[in-house]
Design a protein around this ligand. Structure first.
Ligand code: C5P
Length: 299
């Protein structure tokens, strides 16, 4: 999914789901220590970067979805600024972002866009930035950005920025339901902080189940510590999860801090039948529905 001409590049920027997300505790810096399993999925935004020429200039950024962030604050612009500063490049660039991944849904769209922008600009200017430096820039932009530099399946530790690739998860297909609820990640973590002591039954990453070809094992091992607080703050999310369950899909989980919910299917059976079941259910969850396959790690 990469089109090129001299001085211009179009790259895809994928979404993720968290197959597992445990919160180990609150850190002195205000962030939370995590153990998570990221899975990149084939739901894509598109980012176009272009060299405009000239010696000195601005980042000309626009997005087809207005109101994502105030001017200068979109993660794409921030990523571009940090890359150009780090590489000491003053040439102006034009960047266009075309959104498909719903924002504020826990699907990692903003973080993915930031990572894709770093990689695209590195290539556009043939800068050959060392991987460790790109990871540093990505980590400063957001906790999930480092994961998206390589994608695929990976364990995330620390704030989520310490990434260890998982090479052997089977291909899967995901049904993703995005209720029309804007969720603030910071608010969900703040709610969780108040009840961390009460939750003492910490889980460890169920690697054997996640690696299993049997979808029932994977479904049983899905876990997201943020789900209870997200449901408590946004009753619409709980109602959507209940409606999905009532339609016969009994294992849907929240991704990240929400509000998207997802269900997992093996690649052969696929998620289409489940999507049809949902579509014909008497009590349908409101929101957008996507089917997306897992994506493998980039070399
Ligand atoms: O890193 P990012 O900007 O994506 O995080 C958004 C907010 O989510 C942070 O400001 C913080 O409040 C919360 N967060 C957290 N612990 C993490 C990741 C995020 O508390 N590991």
């Amino acid at each position: 999914m990469r089109r090129e001409s001299p001085g211009r590049l179009v790259v895809a920027s994928a979404a993720k789901v968290n197959l597992f997300l445990e919160v180990l505790g609150r850190r002195p810096d205000g962030y939370h220590e995590l153990e998570t399993v990221f899975q990149e999925i084939a739901l894509f935004d598109e980012i176009e970067v272009e060299r405009v020429g000239g010696a000195e200039g601005e980042i000309d950024f626009a997005c087809d979805l207005p109101g994502l962030a105030p001017p200068g604050r979109n993660l794409v612009e921030r990523a571009a600024r940090s890359f150009l500063d780090a590489a000491r490049i003053r040439e102006p660039v034009r960047i266009r972002l075309r959104k498909t991944i719903p924002a504020g849904s826990g699907l990692g769209g903003g973080s993915s866009n930031a990572a894709a922008t770093l990689l695209a600009l590195d290539r556009l200017f043939a800068a050959r930035t060392p991987a460790a430096r790109l990871e540093e820039l990505a980590a400063a932009l957001g906790s999930d950005c480092v994961f998206f530099l390589h994608g695929g399946s990976a364990i995330g530790r620390g704030r989520g920025e310490r990434v260890e690739p998982l090479r052997d998860l089977p291909s899967r297909e995901f049904l993703v339901i995005v209720p029309p609820v804007a969720v603030s990640t910071a608010e969900i973590y703040a709610d969780l902080a108040a009840r961390l002591k009460a939750d003492s039954d910490l889980r460890t990453i169920p690697l054997d189940e996640l690696r299993s070809e049997d979808p029932t094992l994977v479904r049983r091992s899905l876990h997201n510590r943020l789900e209870t607080v997200a449901f408590a703050r946004h009753p619409e999310l709980r109602r959507a999860a209940d409606a999905i369950r009532a339609a016969g899909i009994d294992h849907a989980r929240l991704t990240g801090s929400g509000g998207a919910l997802f269900a997992v299917f093996d690649a052969r059976t696929g998620a289409s039948a489940a999507a049809k079941t949902l579509d014909s259910a008497s009590q349908q969850p409101s929101g957008r529905v996507f089917i997306a396959a897992s994506v493998s790690r980039r070399p």
